[in-house]
Design a protein around this ligand. Sequence first.
Ligand SMILES: Nc1ncnc2c1ncn2[C@@H]1O[C@H](COP(=O)(O)OP(=O)(O)OP(=O)(O)O)[C@@H](O)[C@H]1O
Length: 250
Amino acid sequence: MALTVENVSKSYGSNKVLDRVDLDIRPGEFVALLGPSGSGKTTLLRIIAGLQFADEGRLLMEGEDITGLEARLRRFGMVFQSYALFETKTVAENAAFGLKMRPRATRPSREEIGKRVRDLLDMAEIGHLSDRYPSQLSGGQRQRVALARALAIEPRLLLLDEPFSALDTKIRKGLRGALRDLQRKVGIAAILVTHDQEEAFEIADRIAVMSEGHIEQFGTAEELLRRPATPFVAEFLEGMSNYQNLGAGI
Ligand SMILES: Nc1ncnc2c1ncn2[C@@H]1O[C@H](COP(=O)(O)OP(=O)(O)OP(=O)(O)O)[C@@H](O)[C@H]1O
């Protein structure tokens, strides 16, 4: 397994927001955490990222126990809803940031950084924008920069929290394919938080449907549609029964 989440629980005061969550992510797999607002998706992702810590349970990355490891030592790439680019740096400088910040011993040479950044920007189809500043980009282009920056550090895992939710529907749909292609090419496992059923179905290999702090069912789109494990899953995915017609995933 790439990542194993084992028996993770988290409470805020008397509010239990995660209740004994288990999740296994295979190498190279794209997993979506799908559920309504407040179901605990972001909390689970933040615990995986090391930005918050579980009250109970363990996290294993490639067999290594990372439960107490601080975020910056996990070597995970992260993309959030807000673009969080450096406005005074160009696209290429933004993408190179994580690499340039590395201690000298593990930092690639300037030439290697330049090449890696160029390759990633090309893969994200924004190579022609490398000298622009964020203010000169569209929302979709900014998210592509954020994605290239997250991947530049050669992360062990890519974490995405509603990365497209601030964008309009048409751009969002275009970015789904770009994200999936890029993740496949780079070949690392990824976890996407979304409340959008269609987005999860289109991008993910497997989907964890969450409700009230636990995982109702974890499976492929086909498994979830054919054999919903609970009435909640059946109801939450009700509108997706014609998904085959969208032509992806299953
Ligand atoms: N720092 C916090 N302090 C107290 N309660 C919190 C905190 N963060 C989250 N919660 C609560 O935990 C529950 C789960 O929140 P979380 O953000 O993980 O859900 P979500 O499924 O990601 O929802 P959304 O799609 O709205 O972001 C919610 O009831 C929320 O109010």
